[in-house]
Design a protein around this ligand. Structure first.
Ligand code: GLU
Ligand code: MG
Length: 436
């Protein structure tokens, strides 16, 4: 006889780690209104294990309140109970908002965008990850052994995602040895970020059940290929998609151009929140198809924001497909915070009526410093510490976070770095591989 299964009430925290408490599934109804208890200091737990000094210490109590629409129930394994989970908001015990909750941070950013501009964001997170313990590995770039040697990993991932209503799209072997990628359909802002949390957890669970380990670490080895998380996005107004304008340069609508200009303008100060691990900066280098500069281009994988290709085979029309991809994100970031700051930056661009940034039209790294300056392009921070300092220097970006969230985040990240003192890059990569 199979035992009763557990349902996990979960939050994805400042480190992008999903944590929570579980109750017997038969008791779910008892917890839908008031959730389960939670502790503020939990937000100070680093991805590497120990807890950093944080604003709350031993004080305070919170609740994790489930969002019923996020429930997943994946009953796929003979030898393990179903994987049940709700994503939650963190609130005070009287139900009022806790101002360091990452999911609430995104909700507020999305509602501010809507209130001020009438826009909604449609998004999809494209995830790359590394699968350890591939038997008879390594799997070559885009090769068939990646699909067949890992059986039934790929089909199980897609089935588990489908059972969890995540609308899986493509599963593929990626370029690096034992690197994979999975995409799901786009959804409106909050649902897209919920999906990003769930995709990571579902992929990890499927790997675990096969005795493997999936890691969303930004870099597997110092000189290797990065695991990126690319946020595909587009904007909708009351009449639908509003990204494309045939008459404009680059065919980008004025409003989408303002939104993108805001992202690129604030990127140097917000990259500490979207690429937030020590080794994230091994990935954000030229020739990594990531984002070493705050550049904008069409179909260019070295640009931080890229206009994605549109297919015009047959009678397909460009306008509804036309969308953008924000590439300066990795799996160490909370999807809520990454999308939340992208939206906040885009909204600043709209508020200030920023101009659509010029297209780089080539590799930003091959331009001279002067040419880059003329295009408004600058090099992104090259370490987590300099990224944190840029964030702290920017009153606008640090002002997006509540005082406690900012304090907790900066202490958490500096504590994480102090734990890596004396490690070389390879040892750091190994440590983060276990963490993510
Ligand atoms: N692996 C690259 C990254 O770190 C992305 C490659 C791609 O364009 O799929 O972002
Ligand atoms: Mg890829």
């Amino acid at each position: 006889m199979r035992s009763d299964s557990l349902v996990i009430f979960a939050t994805n925290d400042l480190s992008g780690i999903t944590r929570g408490r579980a109750v017997p599934r038969s008791d779910t109804a008892l917890h839908m209104q008031c959730g389960v208890s939670w502790v503020p200091a939990n937000l100070g737990i680093t991805a590497l294990g120990p807890i950093a000094p944080n604003p709350w210490g031993p004080l305070g109590d919170l609740r994790l309140i489930p969002d019923p629409s996020t429930e997943i129930h994946i009953d796929l394994w003979e030898d393990a109970s179903p994987f049940n989970l709700f994503l939650c908001d963190i609130v005070h015990t009287d139900g009022s908002e806790f101002d360091a909750c990452p999911r609430s941070f995104l909700k507020t950013a999305l509602s501010d965008l809507y209130e001020e501009s009438g826009l909604r964001v449609q998004a999809s997170f494209e995830h790359e990850f590394h699968l350890a313990n591939v038997e008879n590995g390594p799997c070559r770039a885009f090769g068939l052994d990646g699909y067949r040697l890992t059986e039934p990993f790929g089909p199980n991932v897609m089935t588990a995602l489908r059972l969890a209503r995540q609308e899986p799209e493509v599963f593929m072997t990626e370029y690096a040895a034992n690197q994979f990628e999975v995409t799901v359909r786009s959804a409106t802002g909050l649902i897209a970020a919920d999906r990003a949390v769930l995709v990571r957890e579902i992929v990890r669970e499927v790997a675990r059940r096969l005795g493997n380990r999936a890691s969303f670490t930004p870099m597997v080895e110092p000189k290797g290929t990065g695991n990126g998380v690319h946020i595909h996005f587009s904007l909708n107004d009351s009449s639908g998609a509003c990204n494309y304008d045939e008459n404009n340069q680059g065919k980008i609508s004025t409003i989408a151009g303002q939104f993108i200009a805001g992202i690129l303008h604030y990127l140097p100060a917000m990259v500490a929140l979207t690429c937030p691990s020590d080794i994230s900066y091994l990935r954000l280098r030229p020739d990594h198809w990531s984002a070493a500069f705050n550049a904008f281009d069409s179909n260019n994988r070295e640009a931080a924001v890229r206009i994605c290709p549109t297919v015009t085979i047959g009678d397909a029309s460009r306008s509804p497909q036309f969308h953008f991809e924000f590439r300066a994100v990795d799996g160490a970031a909370s999807p809520y915070i990454a999308l939340g700051v992208m939206v906040r930056a885009g909204l600043e661009g709209i508020r200030s009526g920023m101009k659509t940034p010029p297209l780089t039209e080539g590799h930003p790294g091959s331009l001279s410093e002067d040419e880059r300056t003329q295009l408004g392009i600058r090099t992104l921070p090259t370490s987590l510490e300099t990224a944190l300092q840029e964030m702290e220097k920017s009153a606008i970006v640090s002002g997006w976070l509540s005082a406690d969230m900012l304090d907790c985040y900066t202490r958490l990240k500096r504590y994480e770095m102090s734990m890596l003192e004396g490690y070389d890059d390879l040892a750091k990569c190994r440590r983060y591989m276990e963490a993510y």
